[in-house]
Ligand binder design. Structure first.
Ligand code: URP
Ligand code: ZN
Ligand code: ZN
Length: 483
């Protein structure tokens, strides 16, 4: 089956030009000024539209069991939501319970992801340290096509790892050609701040933000960068939310360290005032970690995207319902952390970034597609409109408008943190490997139509004396969150 996308402007991260895009099966087979349509080809008229690579969201949590609850969007509805907003691939976090096998967790995630309607890959989380984990990391990298390992520096007593674990794991990443990712918040300090706030009677969602100030993120980001440097590995800092963390990343890059930063679309347009909303549900729905920040941090994040010191925009889509959030009605530390955004990432970034002149349309493509694909080592299969690339294409109508509302969303949660946000610039058609997944409000993607995308290892770094090392101290037992 052939599809010819005719008369649009092709926008990649490095240049734009008028041209047609010819797709055969799952692949882009020709680009050109005026291409002839093969017999029987379906024609998509892209006049007045931009033709861009499908979005890659590098950070999602589908059907994740976290803080005793399972997120409402599974791989089917999460990827359908993604496709309706122009995102054709997600990279989800495979998270074994501390002490559990990575290989078993991988099988579990593959099973859950069979329902996916769009393409997906995985990161693996390192939630404990042992000889078994050290050995399994090799299979994960070499056999399962996962080249990134996430480390939680927060969620004490649950997923959090300490510096000893970080350093050992980062060394292992270096020798396997994998890249460590960090959730950078100082979990020990967060734990004490939570205790202090609860003791003072601060139990509402605003306590969540007060217990996780920018300093805990700045400190952890800086620490992770230094540990990665000592282990000789690059580093990717997930959900970068504040100036302190951005500045640590920027400093590291200026010193020649290979460090990447990932602001979320939520952090770019929403701020800490959301937690002071008089309506408890409104505030609790926005509880995630790190939290939304005072407005002035947004300027730093935008500047990072503009100057290149921050590279990608993600969502951390981890969709808990209002009912699930109410578990923390009397204690903010019990509110499950996470919120939605997958179908809104590209329209909101276009409206707040391109329409305001902060980002060019090429920079938009870099942040939403090309950079995640390059950093995660799936470029040029994903992230670019080029001959031979997967036919993941968004026909973007810069004049189309909508006001975001939960009533009309694809995601299964009962609210939207961007409720009322006005977007100009929307996907008219989304194609995933040559199949039309979304066309002008018509969701055509099918459960099970997504494909697992392997991400090969990077060139490995020689690590002297790379043998398994036992930890030097036992793990703490106090808990920030329920595992
Ligand atoms: O609050 C968040 N971010 N929930 C998802 C888990 C994580 O830390 O990424
Ligand atoms: Zn995290
Ligand atoms: Zn996350």
């Amino acid at each position: 089956m052939s599809i010819l996308i005719r008369g649009g402007t092709i926008v990649n991260h490095d240049h734009s030009r008028r041209g047609d895009v010819l797709i055969d099966g799952e692949t882009i087979v020709a680009l050109g000024g005026k291409l002839d349509a093969p017999k029987g080809a379906e024609i998509i008229d892209a006049g007045g539209c931009y033709v861009m690579p499908g979005g890659v969201d590098p950070h999602t949590h589908m059907e994740l069991m976290f803080m005793g609850m399972v997120t409402a969007d599974d791989f089917e509805w999460g990827t359908k939501a993604a496709l309706s907003g122009g995102t054709t691939m997600i990279v989800d976090f495979c998270i074994p319970a501390p002490g559990a096998s990575m290989l078993a967790a991988y099988q579990d995630w593959r099973r859950k992801a069979e329902k996916a309607a769009g393409d997906y890959g995985f990161h693996m989380a390192v939630t404990s340290w042992s000889r078994k984990i050290w050995e399994e990391m090799e299979t994960v990298t070499k056999t399962y096509g996962i080249n990134t390992f996430k480390h939680f520096m927060a969620y004490k007593g649950a997923l959090m790892v300490n510096d000893d674990e970080l350093y050992n794991s980062f060394l292992r990443c270096a020798e396997l050609g994998a890249m460590p990712l960090v959730h950078a918040e100082n979990g020990d300090v967060v734990f004490r701040l939570q205790e202090q706030l609860i003791a003072k009677g601060v139990t509402g969602p605003e306590g969540h933000a007060y217990s996780r100030p920018p300093e805990v993120e700045g400190e952890a980001t800086n620490r992770a960068i230094m540990i990665a440097d000592m282990a000789g590995t690059p580093l990717y800092v997930v959900h970068t939310s504040c100036r302190q963390s951005h500045e640590a990343i920027k400093r590291a890059r200026e010193a020649g360290k290979r460090v990447f930063g990932e602001p979320l679309i939520q952090f770019l347009v929403l701020d800490e005032d959301e937690y002071r909303n008089k309506n408890w549900d409104h505030a609790a729905r926005r509880v995630m970690s790190p939290p939304f920040r005072p407005k002035e941090h947004q300027d730093s994040l935008w500047a990072g995207l503009q100057s290149g010191s921050l590279q990608v925009v993600a969502t951390d889509h981890c969709a808990f319902t209002t009912e699930q959030k109410r578990t923390g009605a009397k204690d903010f530390t019990k509110i499950p952390n996470g919120t939605g955004g997958l179908e809104d990432r590209m329209p909101v970034l276009w409206a707040a970034g391109v329409n305001t002149g902060r980002l060019t349309k090429e920079e938009f493509v870099a942040a939403t597609s090309a950079n995640p694909a390059r950093i995660l080592n799936i470029f040029p299969k994903k992230g670019v409109i080029a001959v031979g690339s997967d036919a993941d294409v968004v026909v973007w109508d810069p004049k189309a408008t909508k006001t975001i509302t939960a009533r009309k969303q694809v995601s299964r949660i009962d609210y939207n943190v961007f409720e009322g946000f006005k977007c100009t610039g929307l996907p008219m058609v989304t194609l995933n490997r040559g199949r039309i997944a979304w066309r002008e409000g018509d969701l055509r993607a099918k459960k099970g139509g997504g494909k697992y995308i392997e991400r090969p290892a990077f060139p490995a770094v020689h690590v002297a004396n790379s043998t398994y090392k036992e930890l030097t101290a036992p793990r703490a037992v106090e808990r920030e969150v329920t595992p």
